[in-house]
Design a protein around this ligand. Structure first.
Ligand code: ZN
Length: 292
């Protein structure tokens, strides 16, 4: 288990699955030759052959008043087109409980956006029906994001994902549709990072002069820190996504802010450094991080 402490806020990573390779469909520019040029990506984020290492995980943000789960991974029992994501039977909820969190403990479910790997555990299958996994939580989604996918879902393949992972919590009355600058509690505020999807948000945490930002998919893989123009094939607007990524990296370069990646493999977090005209993610020291 991986945790970080930001002032009074504790952040815990719960891994659903990690993968090596097979992600070129997400980042077509990230060929082995191209990523191997960036030494710092090895060994954490690429392997010796230049294959991308990626992670699907949730981040539990515990403030003095709220327990927040940021992104809910892929979920079990869901019928999906990508074979590695189809009908998963993984011990995510058991791992969550082993880390000290029962489903009922979660106050807020926060989806950075409504893609398939960020909404899965919003619901779980009980007696053939999709029910909210976190029954006592408010589910926070950007209004613009929800409206976009509600329209997209009409007659599209995304209908399945909305039907099994978003509509059930909405219909249970658990969803709060919020602006993309929404303040969740004293320590946690949404930071708009559009482009990957229309209403995509990152999550800014601050406590006692310490800061962290959870990227969401504005940076899918650390290779996009080195190569800021590399787009994800899943980007809704790749030009806007590139601009958002460059603005984000320029804002946080050489600052104390800990950058926590939503798909970054272990160690998952680091500090952005400007190197020449580009950027790197430094994962050595600097964060109050513990491995339990
Ligand atoms: Zn994702």
């Amino acid at each position: 288990m991986h945790t970080w402490q930001i002032g009074d806020v504790k952040i815990t990573k719960i891994v659903e699955l990690e993968s090596v390779g097979g992600s070129r469909f997400i980042l077509p520019d990230a060929t082995p030759e191209a990523v191997l040029k960036h030494d710092w990506l090895s060994p954490h984020f690429i392997n010796d052959e230049g294959k991308l290492i990626m992670s699907v995980h949730a981040l539990i943000v515990e403030t003095p008043t709220k327990t927040i789960i940021v992104d809910t991974c892929l979920g079990n029992d869901k019928k999906r087109n990508i074979p590695a994501w189809n009908n998963l039977q993984l011990p995510f909820l058991e791992d969550l409980e082993a880390a000290g969190f029962k489903r009922e403990d979660i106050d807020i479910v926060l989806c950075t956006h409504l893609h398939v790997d960020h909404v899965g555990w919003n619901t779980m299958l009980v007696d053939g029906a999709w029910v909210p996994t976190f029954p006592k939580a408010r589910y926070i989604m950007a209004k613009s994001e929800f409206e976009y996918w509600t329209e997209e879902a009409e007659g599209e393949e995304y209908a399945t994902i909305m039907a099994d992972s978003v509509r059930p919590v909405f219909e249970a009355g658990l969803v709060d549709l919020v602006p993309i600058t929404h303040q969740i509690c004293e320590e946690v505020v949404l930071e708009p990072t559009p482009g990957h999807t229309p209403g995509h948000v990152s999550v800014h945490i601050q406590s006692k002069e310490q800061h962290a930002v959870i990227t969401g998919d504005s940076i899918h893989h650390p290779c996009q820190i080195a190569e800021t123009t590399w787009s994800s094939s899943a980007d809704y607007d790749s030009a806007q996504a590139t601009q958002t990524r460059q603005d984000f990296l320029s804002l946080y370069a050489d600052k104390e802010t800990l950058i926590i990646g939503t798909h970054f493999a272990t160690p998952t977090a680091g500090h952005v450094k400007q190197v020449g005209t580009g950027y790197e993610l430094s994962v050595e020291g600097g964060s109050e991080e513990t491995l339990a």
